[in-house]
Write a protein that binds this ligand. Structure first.
Ligand code: LMR
Length: 333
């Protein structure tokens, strides 16, 4: 009997790893910095729902919103180290990956509307940029939209001179750094999770972001004046570590790609409405004043920020500027 028990135990040890392997799902940690109730937050949860459904539970997606797992800079490092498998950072934060070219997308008034943006990312510009990531061991899966930036402070920002001497939080792009400097202000890179308290305590005077981020992070409660300038665009790239991604069984990867395609269509289809609704809620709160630029005022901002276009070449390179110029039919200086 004892012999039999020993044999059973030995057999159990032998088969245990195989059984464990068959039963334990592949875990994909998806970390991001915004609230669940935003276009990106909802997109991540949609991806989780579809991916788990299509892979029949063979993959488990753990979504960590609101910088609950990592803050901006840390999450990029974590992806490279493999401690997290999926991110969707704003493309303004890609320089630490060694791909400054993405910052070209931050040029002010580059996309004249949502449709132009969508066309650019679906077409050669989006593809060319993803190709740049490959050499860095990162695979780009999709672009997710979050609309256009507003800008705020505790004073109305109507004329370029209103920016003079104010400190603005920026998310990472040197192009944004440049256009804030063109306006005479002092930009400062800061993690998204720290912005609310920096605004509240006066570490910075102002910031830029989209309505959905202003609402869900409550920036509007600590900024007296918001200009609905829509001067630059905020987009995300959903990225994975290539080694991890290519190491997945092909059938599973295929299902995940399908889930990502559908989650992307969903996210991009709600982004505009989410931001419109967020702006309406901000307005209804009565806690801040919204300002809109006249055509003439907008032209003054554009003229003041124009030097950024010339400067951009040294930062992002001529190639991406030429491509954008050709695809979007815009002048680059
Ligand atoms: C920011 O840091 O302002 C944004 O990139 C946050 C986000 O992911 O929308």
């Amino acid at each position: 009997m004892r012999k039999l028990l020993r044999a059973v135990a030995a057999a159990a040890i032998l088969v245990a790893p195989a059984v464990a392997q068959a039963q334990s799902p592949v875990v994909i940690k998806f970390s991001h910095v915004v609230a669940n109730d935003t276009p990106k937050g909802k997109g991540a949860l949609k991806f989780k729902e579809l991916a788990e459904k299509y892979t029949d539970g063979k993959v488990k997606i753990e979504v960590y919103p609101n910088s609950s797992l990592y803050k901006d800079k840390e999450e990029i490092e974590a992806l490279q180290l493999g401690s997290v498998q999926m991110l969707a950072p704003s493309t303004a934060k890609f320089a630490p990956l060694g791909v400054k070219e993405f910052e070209a997308l931050d040029l002010p008034w580059l996309f004249k509307d949502d449709d132009t943006y969508a066309k650019a990312m679906k077409g050669p510009i989006g593809k060319w940029l993803f190709k740049k990531l490959e050499a860095k061991g990162i695979t780009g899966l999709a672009y997710w939209d979050n609309g256009f930036h507003m800008v705020s402070a505790n004073r109305p920002l109507i004329k370029p001179a209103d920016f003079e001497g104010l400190k603005f939080r920026i998310s990472g792009s040197k192009i944004a750094d440049r256009y804030f400097r063109d306006l005479g202000s002092i930009p400062q890179i800061m993690a998204f999770s720290e912005v609310y308290s920096a605004l509240q305590t006066g570490v910075v005077d102002g910031c830029e972001n989209t309505p959905s981020n202003y609402l869900t992070q409550k920036f509007y409660e600590v900024q007296k004046d918001i200009t609905v300038s829509y001067h630059a665009h905020l987009q995300y790239a959903v990225i994975v570590n290539s080694k991890f991604w290519n190491g997945l069984p092909a059938d599973i990867r295929g299902e995940l790609e399908k889930a990502m395609d559908e989650a992307t269509d969903y996210t991009n289809s709600i982004a505009r409405k989410e931001n419109e609704d967020a702006l309406a809620s901000i307005k209804a709160s009565g806690k801040t004043t919204l300002h809109y630029l006249t055509d003439d005022e907008r032209k003054q901002w554009q003229t003041a920020m124009q030097p950024t276009y010339k400067w951009a070449k040294g930062r992002v390179g001529q190639e991406v500027l030429d491509l954008i110029s050709k695809e979007l039919d815009v002048k680059m200086n």
